[in-house]
Design a protein around this ligand. Structure first.
Ligand SMILES: [Fe+2]
Ligand SMILES: [Fe+2]
Length: 357
């Protein structure tokens, strides 16, 4: 797995390494009753579906700048300006650079989220009481290491542009890692972070249909992530209804706070800073403009039906989601009914139009 790292990842304010203290119980399961068939069959599926980063064709020449330049000179820039309504009209070169940076930013946050998933699932192996869940989580740990490897290689060997972890995402990952309750680790990682990633991966595929390497990477990772989200739903099923009112309330608080952090992480302040734009003005644009709002809302299309399935779309969560404009997804299929992670039809239409196709 040796590859040239042309551009090392920029570092966040916390520096090269960040220690997060977690107080948690590590649990042995001496019973090994291995009764949960759904988890065991997911474990078998996970092992059978393992792939290697070397299965990808790394000899593909990736030149996103050239690809986007052609697109932006052929009319995408007018569409970009018309649909996104930026604070001022962007030239074709600026539009192309902004689009390229948005893609690099998105892929970089995928990388950081993958590292979060690697650590969170290692923590689940230790914390979760049942052996079946430990087995599957261990399989997921290996998946996540591979995802980190592949995104890192794509960003540093192929793309030549990358971003440090977004502060809001970092806060959320820190919370997930430091929480002592194993179900909150699952809720934060498998349901919230991975649920959002599953919807976002579909967007990358739609934006770059003519880049075969990222298509192959994304298809493989999406198939793994669909299993990971299903693992969360199957593991947590029936759990919250057994909790006391106050325990459930704590989970509601966590869900609402995590949702706000994830929404804020999608404002892309880091991109405006890198572009030399007025960050406050552009962030305000990102908050208000209908395209950006719609794009952020659609990334919650997997999370909302999964929370419903877990019985956590409670009146308080519904109220918060109504305000955020994401309750509209409550009747979509959850990740156990519909493992095919297709982005919502409206999003497909928007992105296809934006690409000028
Ligand atoms: Fe992953
Ligand atoms: Fe995952």
């Amino acid at each position: 797995m040796k590859y040239p790292q042309h551009n090392p990842l920029p570092l966040p304010a916390s520096g090269t390494h960040e220690s997060v203290t977690a107080t948690m119980d590590t649990v042995f399961d001496w019973e090994y009753d291995l009764e949960r068939e759904t988890l065991l069959s997911l474990y078998e599926k996970g092992k059978a579906a393992t792939w290697n980063a070397t299965d990808l064709d790394w000899s593909i020449d990736v030149d996103l700048e050239k690809m986007l330049q052609a697109r932006f000179q052929a009319g995408s820039n007018e569409l970009f300006n018309a649909m996104l309504k930026p604070p001022r009209t962007l030239s074709p070169d600026e539009g192309m650079k902004m689009n390229l940076n948005m893609i690099a930013w998105m892929l970089s946050q995928f990388l950081h989220g993958e590292q979060g998933a690697l650590l969170a699932t290692a923590k689940i192996v230790q914390q979760v009481p049942e052996e079946e869940a430990k087995f599957y989580a261990a399989n997921q740990v290996a998946d996540e290491a591979r995802h980190v490897e592949v995104y890192h290689r794509y960003l540093t060997e192929k793309l030549g542009c990358s971003y440090e972890v977004n502060p809001h995402l970092q806060t959320l990952l820190d919370q997930i890692i430091s929480d002592s309750r194993w179900d909150v680790t699952y809720l934060g990682m498998q349901i919230m972070v991975e649920g959002l990633a599953l919807a976002a991966f579909g967007m990358v595929k739609l934006q770059l249909p003519d880049e075969p390497l990222i298509q192959d990477i994304t298809t493989r990772i999406m198939a793994d992530e669909a299993r990971h989200v299903a693992f969360g739903v199957l593991s947590l099923e029936g759990l919250f209804e057994q909790m006391t009112e106050s325990e459930r309330r704590e989970r509601e608080d966590f869900i609402i706070e995590a949702t706000h952090l994830m929404r804020d992480r999608l404002l892309m302040e880091q991109v405006y800073e890198r572009m030399g734009f007025d960050v406050a003005q552009w962030t305000e644009w990102a908050v208000d403009t209908p395209f950006m709002t719609g794009f952020r809302q659609m990334l919650f299309s997997k999370i909302v039906p999964n929370l419903r399935r877990l019985g956590m779309l409670t009146p308080r969560v519904r109220e918060a989601y109504e305000k955020l404009g994401i309750l509209q997804f409550e009747n979509l299929k959850d990740s156990t009914e519909d493992p095919e992670p297709m982005p919502p039809a409206e999003l497909v239409a928007l992105l296809t139009q934006l690409r000028g196709a």
